[in-house]
Structure formats: structure tokens, C-alpha cells
Design a protein around this ligand. Structure first.
Ligand code: MG
Length: 202
């Protein structure tokens, strides 16, 4: 399986990191070894002093597809969850400055926590609210209507370059509110008030 991630999909997050709004979709991948289920204890890696959380809606692809039309894209996933695209911001800043690939900052072991998947059918995907709390305080409050690229647009564009397969995951971008993770932090994530993600940092 593959883990796709979309970067810079929420304007408020682009501005908080002082990035430019991209002309085309920013796409990167994480390997399968990045995947980490939220019920397994998560430990801070030792190579970063500025490890950030980025809470994102995650789509689970459930059939194979290539060159998928936007109008048909919603039939390629049934379940959604929340995930954290962990980012070693200090390492990413060094790599970005030199125009180098991001993998050391974004694709390391356990850099993609995912929560429990829930059926998408009871939700309006174009207008979902999702939240991440850190130690019971609101840290991120996202609205999918503020995405630059919709879920269908993301699936269609990804499938121009990559064959989508059963079990692939797509992290769809983070809203504003990213910050450094600290040992002992407790994170909880909800989609429309339904808790799907909870983990403690050790
Ligand atoms: Mg991200």
C-alpha cells in the first residue's frame, strides 16, 4: 500500500508557514513503514527538536483506479478517518532551503498516525468539520469547504500519475494550528464530533 499526502491545501495553513499558494497540487508519499495505528503508543523520534503535528482527513481507497474522472472519484473510497502527518519542521526547513526532497522530514517510521475509519455515507464531504485537541484544548479546527483541492479533485489528479490500489491512504492536507509535539501530550481528533483518533506521546 501507499500513503499519499497533499501539501498546502488550506490557505490559512499556507500563510502560517509563510509559504506561497502553489500553482498546482503539492503531492508527496510516505512508505508503508510510516503507518502507525493510534492505539499503539507513539514515541518522539530523537532526530528532531521541532516535531510538528498536522491533523488531516484521511481517505482509504477501496478499489484500483487509474486516470479517474473527478465525477467518479467518490466511488473509489467508502471510509474516512483522521491522521497526523508528523513533520520534523527543523529538518524540513533545511531541506526546503536547499531545494532537496522532504522524505527525512516527512516519511520516517511512524510519521503517519491514523485513527479509526468510519463510513463516509452519513457525512457531507464538501462541508466537514474536523478538530484536533491537544491536552483538551482546541489546536486545529478544519473545514473541508476551505480546501483548495476537493477530495474528488485530489483522487483524480493523483491517479494521473499513480495507480491507486485497495488500501492506499490519502492525507488531504492540514488547516492552520500546527505546532510542536511534546512528551506527555494527549491528542484527540473528531470528525463532526465523532472521536476517531486518540494518542499520547511518550
Ligand atoms: Mg500535511
Amino acid at each position: 500500500m501507499k500513503i499519499f499526502c497533499i501539501g498546502r491545501n488550506y490557505v490559512d495553513h499556507i500563510h502560517e508557514l509563510k509559504n506561497e499558494v502553489p500553482e498546482s497540487m503539492v503531492i508527496f508519499l510516505k512508505p508503508e513503514t510510516a503507518l502507525h495505528h493510534h492505539t499503539i503508543p507513539w514515541t518522539l523520534p530523537d532526530f528532531s527538536n521541532d516535531l510538528h503535528y498536522e491533523c488531516e482527513i484521511v481517505l482509504k481507497i477501496d478499489k484500483k483506479g487509474k486516470n479517474i474522472l473527478e465525477a467518479e472519484a467518490e466511488s473509489f473510497f467508502k471510509e474516512i478517518s483522521l491522521g497526523i502527518d508528523f513533520t520534523a519542521r527543523d529538518i524540513q526547513a533545511q531541506l526546503k532551503e536547499k531545494g532537496l526532497p522532504w522524505e527525512k522530514a516527512k516519511a520516517f517510521d511512524h510519521s503517519a498516525i491514523v485513527g479509526d475509519f468510519i463510513d463516509k455515507s452519513s457525512f457531507n464531504l464538501a462541508d466537514l468539520n474536523f478538530t484536533l485537541t491537544k491536552n483538551n484544548l482546541l489546536a486545529q479546527n478544519g473545514f473541508t469547504k476551505k480546501m483548495i483541492h476537493s477530495f474528488s479533485g485530489i483522487i483524480s489528479e493523483l491517479s494521473r500519475y499513480f495507480t491507486l490500489e485497495f488500501g492506499d491512504l490519502i492525507f488531504t492536507g492540514t488547516p492552520a494550528g500546527v505546532a510542536a509535539v511534546k512528551q506527555g501530550d494527549l491528542y484527540q481528533g473528531c470528525i463532526e464530533g465523532v472521536k476517531v483518533l486518540e494518542f499520547k506521546v511518550s
